[in-house]
Design a binder for this molecule. Structure first.
Ligand SMILES: Nc1ncnc2c1ncn2[C@@H]1O[C@H](COP(=O)(O)OS(=O)(=O)O)[C@@H](OP(=O)(O)O)[C@H]1O
Ligand SMILES: Nc1ncnc2c1ncn2[C@@H]1O[C@H](COP(=O)(O)OP(=O)(O)O)[C@@H](O)[C@H]1O
Length: 181
């Protein structure tokens, strides 16, 4: 087995975007690729962290902000210990993402985009169908707020790019920024 490469400083790849945009898919493929390259990687997935720590939390602005701050803290601890933290989190608020950038330091914001009609068609968790039937309210990117990133390090359009192309775009940017050799 290949030995682990030690990065002097880790970094955080922050995947933001509404449900069904492709964050989880990209997170898993990125993690696999970076591990094959010999790096230490952790995925911090919003949905998983919610289910493990506070399944009843809900989706109010205050709840999302608190939850996002927990994830920011985890990513900060990992990044400063040489790990590549891949965060997969809707993180709908620009101010919270700016806070993440300032707290964590080595930071790549990736806007994972797909048009609404594509997300509705994919609907991996059946949430858009529920929202269309009026059974849930405040679904991000449908009838809930999503503040689009204004200046992300990377923007991927998952309706036009393959996951492999998305992985390459993120890794190329990490190299440009000096986070990877
Ligand atoms: N109202 C509403 N709005 C948005 N998302 C909702 C909602 N209700 C449930 N879900 C599901 O919650 C999953 C986790 O969300 P996150 O922790 O990433 O969101 S947030 O940053 O707290 O906004 C999120 O996961 P993904 O589909 O992987 O994005 C949704 O499946
Ligand atoms: N280029 C792509 N990138 C990411 N996901 C894609 C792409 N093309 C199709 N998909 C599909 O879109 C869906 C996205 O769901 P998921 O990754 O769970 O999104 P999110 O985590 O943002 O809610 C998956 O079913 C995935 O297979």
């Amino acid at each position: 087995m290949k030995g682990l490469k030690n990065l002097e400083k880790g970094f955080t790849i922050w995947l933001t975007g509404p449900s069904g945009a492709g964050k989880t898919t990209l997170a898993v493929k990125l993690a696999r690729k970076l591990m094959e390259m010999g790096y230490r990687v952790e995925i911090l997935d919003g949905d998983t962290i919610r289910k493990t720590l506070y399944p009843e939390l809900g989706f109010s602005k205050e709840a999302r902000e608190m939850h996002n701050r927990v994830v920011i803290h985890m990513a900060k601890l990992l990044s400063r210990n040489g790990v590549i933290a891949i965060v997969s989190l809707i993180s709908p608020y620009r101010a919270v993402r700016e806070y993440a950038r300032n707290e964590i330091g080595n930071f790549i914001e990736v806007y994972v985009y797909a048009p609404l009609e594509v997300r509705i068609q994919r609907d991996p968790k059946g949430l858009y169908a529920k929202a269309l039937r009026g059974e849930i309210r405040g679904l991000t990117g449908y009838d809930g707020v999503y503040e689009e990133p204004e200046n992300p390090e990377v923007r991927v359009d998952s309706s036009k790019m393959t996951p492999e192309e998305e992985v390459e775009a993120v890794i190329a940017r990490a190299r440009e920024l000096g986070y990877l050799p």
